[in-house]
Every structure is written in structure tokens, then in C-alpha cells.
Design a protein around this ligand. Structure first.
Ligand SMILES: *Cc1c(COP(=O)(O)O)cnc(C)c1O
Length: 376
């Protein structure tokens, strides 16, 4: 039996239960299930929190990415560069829209897309870059934006794993929130994300008025005026119940991210100096909100370690065991095994430990002792 799961959503809920239950009951009593007042309220509060002009709530993070790409006016065959080490949704939407995903390798320390590799992958067909702020820290947005400006490309940030993370912009002393640095930012409120609701949810961010107007229409069947369809759209709205939950949880987001950071610090201390365990490395230009706490194992039998942890009731997981270019549905003659050596090596050697807002030092002590007992 797993005593210590990857996340503890029940424990977190118990601490905010009266407020959440009241908010959900209010929606039930009003029956304003679609686009009710809580959706607008959450939108405004998230705009303030992120310091971004427009938040467009939508059905989930995958839709957020799809709608962002739909709004950019790309044509079939246009190339979109993204990382080979991410959750499938990032590449899925590119493929669904008949655009061509162009994969590039990642930085071995941060696991984020490597700007030098982006530069090498650019062709006359390249139209956009989708950096993913993987596991909770920002990709190198300064370098990425420089490349984008030079080649006239859109930047769509996938910030599903890094909401609340902060990026310090070089030369300006300016700090901006992840998802507000590119042309469009996309996030997910999947329950286990740092800001999660109690079902599916997502949002799109932009400072561009035109893109915002268009994306707000696209998520609602391409309508600006009811039953007048200016664009081909989708049906992707954030439920009022989910927005009501998110409006409450948003107030706790900084505290939740801090708890994750502190849990990561505990793990870092416990594993410090162990030559077989590489703890997470945070780049200088970003903070880390630890959506995942991911170790790189050196000369450790990963399956054996995970089995050892399971026997002790401790969850662990591999994000991600198969790089995108080796996924069955995405097999492509352009790529073969060996093309993305960093990603491939990471997929063989990474392992994530439980990280969430409800960890205690006692739990973490048990977890780290169990890991060290096996690793030596
Ligand atoms: C979770 C996630 C998504 C998709 O979000 P959903 O809400 O599950 O559709 C996209 N990209 C990344 C990196 C994710 O982690």
C-alpha cells in the first residue's frame, strides 16, 4: 500500500474545505454553470497575480496550447520548434493542427529546451517556438526571445508546470511571471498541477489585445456575438465550479509554491554530496516552483530503487520514460534513436519523488532514508 503518494490533494482540500464547499454550493444554488460570475472573478484575479493584460480561461491545458496555435494564423506544414523532453500535449496540438513539430534537445542541468539547439533547427518554414517551463523552472527566455526576434517567430510558453514561477529579465532588473514573457502563455489546472482545480481546467495569457480577442472567441465556438461565428473555434470553457475552486486556491498559490520549495530544499540537503544522485539544478534567471522534484541517478538500478520504495509505501515516478521522437504515434523518418542524446539519457536516468504542499519533515525523512538505503 502506498502511504506517501506523489501528491496529497485530500490533505490540501481539508485545510480549505469550508471555503471551497461554500463556493461550490453557491454555484449550485445559482445554476450558473457556464461562464458564471466566478469565471470572470478568477480571470481578473489571475490577471492581477500574473501582471498580464489578458487571461482567457479554457477547458484544459492542452486546449490552451491548441487555441494559442490556432490564433497565430499558421498554415499546414509550418514548423513549430519544441522540446523532445516534455509531456505529449505540447507536440500533440502541433500535430493535430497539421503543423510540423520540430524537436530539439534539452539542457542536461535544467531539463529545459536548449536555445543553441533551437537556433540550429530553424528553417524558412519555422513560425513558432514552444518552450516548456519543465518541472517548475523557466526556460532561458532571454535567449529564446532573442532568437524569435531575429527570425520573426512567435513564442508560446507552455507553463503548465510552472505557474507562479518568476523570471528575472536580464539587463532590466525586471521580474516577470512565467507565461507572460512570450506572445502567449498557456497553463493547465489539472488537479495535480501547482494551481489545480477539481477536474480539468486551463488558461491562456497574453498582453496582445488582438490575440486576446481572437482567442476569447475561439474558445467559445469562434463567436464574439452570440451565433455569429467569425472564426472556426472549439468548445473549451472553464466550468464555473472549477473557477470558484481556483479563485480560492489562487490566494494560496505563493504559499503552496513555497511549501514545495522548502520540501525540495529538504531533499537537496539529504542527498547533498552523494555521487550517485544529482539533485535539481536551478538556472540563475529563474526561481523554481517544483512541480516535480526530479533526481538524475548515476549508476543506480532505477527499477530496483523504485521497487524498493514501493515496498516501503513510497511513490516515485518517471517523467518521462519515452522521449517524444520515440513515441509510437510520433515516429518520424526525420528522427531516430540517438538524435537527442540528452533527452534520451534523462529518460533512462531520472526519477521523481513525492512533492506537494502537505509533506512533513517526518515523511521526507522516511523517503530520503529509504532512497539512501538502496543507493548507498
Ligand atoms: C499537464 C500538462 C499539459 C496539459 O494540460 P492538461 O490540462 O492536462 O490538458 C501540457 N503541457 C505540460 C508540460 C503539462 O505538464
Amino acid at each position: 500500500m502506498i502511504k506517501y503518494p506523489m501528491v496529497d490533494l485530500v490533505g490540501q482540500y481539508k485545510k480549505i474545505r469550508p471555503e471551497v464547499d461554500a463556493a461550490i454550493t453557491e454555484v449550485l444554488n445559482s445554476a450558473a454553470f457556464i461562464n458564471g460570475p466566478a469565471v470572470k472573478s478568477f480571470q481578473k484575479n489571475l490577471e492581477n497575480y500574473l501582471n498580464v493584460k489578458h487571461v482567457i480561461p479554457c477547458g484544459n491545458g492542452t486546449d490552451a496550447l491548441q487555441v494559442a496555435l490556432m490564433a497565430l494564423g499558421l498554415q499546414p506544414g509550418d514548423e513549430v520548434i519544441t522540446t523532445s523532453f516534455t509531456f505529449i500535449a505540447t507536440a500533440e496540438v502541433i500535430a493535430l493542427l497539421k503543423l510540423t513539430p520540430v524537436l530539439v534537445d534539452v539542457d542536461p542541468d535544467t531539463f529545459n529546451i536548449d536555445p543553441a539547439a533551437i537556433e540550429r533547427a530553424i528553417t524558412p518554414k519555422t513560425k513558432a517556438i514552444i518552450p516548456v517551463h519543465l518541472f517548475g523552472q523557466c526556460a532561458d527566455m532571454h535567449a529564446i526571445k532573442e532568437i524569435a526576434e531575429k527570425h520573426n517567430l512567435f513564442v508560446v510558453e507552455d507553463t503548465a508546470q510552472a505557474i507562479g514561477a518568476e523570471y528575472s529579465c536580464y539587463n532590466s532588473g525586471n521580474v516577470k511571471k512565467a507565461g507572460t514573457l512570450g506572445d502567449i502563455g498557456c497553463t493547465s489546472f489539472f488537479p495535480s498541477k501547482n494551481l489545480g482545480c477539481y477536474g480539468d481546467g486551463g488558461a491562456i495569457f497574453t498582453n496582445n489585445d488582438e490575440l486576446a480577442e481572437q482567442m476569447r472567441a475561439i474558445v467559445n465556438h469562434g463567436m464574439k456575438v452570440r451565433y455569429y461565428h467569425d472564426y472556426i473555434g472549439v468548445n473549451s470553457r472553464l466550468d464555473t465550479i472549477q473557477a470558484a475552486v481556483l479563485d480560492i486556491k489562487l490566494k494560496h498559490l505563493d504559499e503552496y509554491n513555497k511549501a514545495r520549495f522548502q520540501a525540495a530544499e529538504y531533499y537537496n540537503r539529504a542527498f547533498a554530496g552523494n555521487p550517485k544522485i544529482k539533485t535539481p539544478v536551478t538556472a540563475s534567471f529563474t526561481n523554481h516552483v517544483f512541480h516535480q522534484y526530479t533526481l538524475v541517478l548515476k549508476d543506480v538500478d532505477r527499477e530496483g530503487l523504485m521497487k524498493h520504495l514501493t515496498e516501503k509505501g513510497i511513490a516515485s515516478a518517471v517523467y518521462y520514460p519515452v522521449p517524444l521522437h520515440m513515441q509510437k504515434a510520433y515516429i518520424d523518418p526525420r528522427y531516430t534513436e540517438g538524435d537527442f542524446p540528452v533527452t534520451e539519457e534523462l529518460s533512462r536516468t531520472v526519477m521523481s519523488l513525492p512533492i506537494h504542499t502537505e509533506l512533513t519533515e517526518e515523511i521526507q525523512k522516511e523517503i530520503t532514508e529509504a532512497v539512501l538505503e538502496f543507493v548507498g
